[in-house]
Write a protein that binds this ligand. Sequence first.
Ligand code: SF4
Length: 322
Amino acid sequence: MTPILKIKDLKKHYPVKKGLFGARSTAKSLDGVSLEINKGETFAIVGESGSGKTTLGKTLLRLIEPTSGSIFFEGTDITHLGAEPMRQLKTDMQIVFQDPYGSLDPKWTIGRTLEEPLRTHFSLTDSEVAEKVSRILEVVGLTPRHALRYPHELSGGQRQRVGIARALILEPKFVVFDEPVSALDVSIQAQVLTLLQDLQKRLSLTYLFISHDLSVVRYISDRVGVMYLGKMMEVGPTEALFSEPLHPYTQALISAIPQPDPEQRRERIVLEGEVPSPRNPPSGCVFHTRCPHVMPQCLTIVPELQRISEGRYTACHLYNNK
Ligand code: SF4
């Protein structure tokens, strides 16, 4: 396995003011995440709202500047790369957002939306641009005639296909999908997921797939990382992680998936309370306020992400010395 992207101890902390008199504190949106994503795989990030998964996706692409840590893309340290080399690199690294309607300019035709990144990054003639636009529309299952339409004239599924086309028209190697099907009907979700799988094979793409929907993640991904309050709780191959989750948080998430087959059903683990604020994360293990297995050391000692078996990692004191 060759990694296309490596991150080491990545942090994104924001200074925040609390209360009437503005006492200062720090919100830890991303707090020491290390990860490797291999060429050609789909790596999914799951977690509840506020877990840091979108911050991770944006920080990897330098859409958000990290507070500390490092990001390597194809062996090059891009953490502090200047604006011009980063602009060139952006053709290799793209992102597709959840809301295709919100990310498309309603006043622009689809053709203009797709032309814009080409004209920003390459010197192409008008006919070369038109040809690339027609071709990418066909690649994502639309037709060249869609170039003349406006976003409001398309269905939700068609708009998300345009969002995917806009990311792929620059022929990237690595694409972050941030909840790409969450805004779509279930039947359209399946079509878009099948399209993504097909494009990955045809175009040799690597995906980072961010989602809160575990069924979608199980369907699309090769490996999964589970995040909670800015930290990576567990990493593993998708099937192994779903059939035998290690971390108490992953166990709770998976127990909540509706399971039609009674033999496969797990006892539901209901977590007490809400996810704490990243402005005031719990000490020690950040999950200790909700963990059914909490032990005294969990309140003070931060568990490191440790290797449990081939390809499987978890950050939990239950596995110390095993
Ligand atoms: Fe629960 Fe402790 Fe493991 Fe955290 S370290 S998940 S609190 S058992």
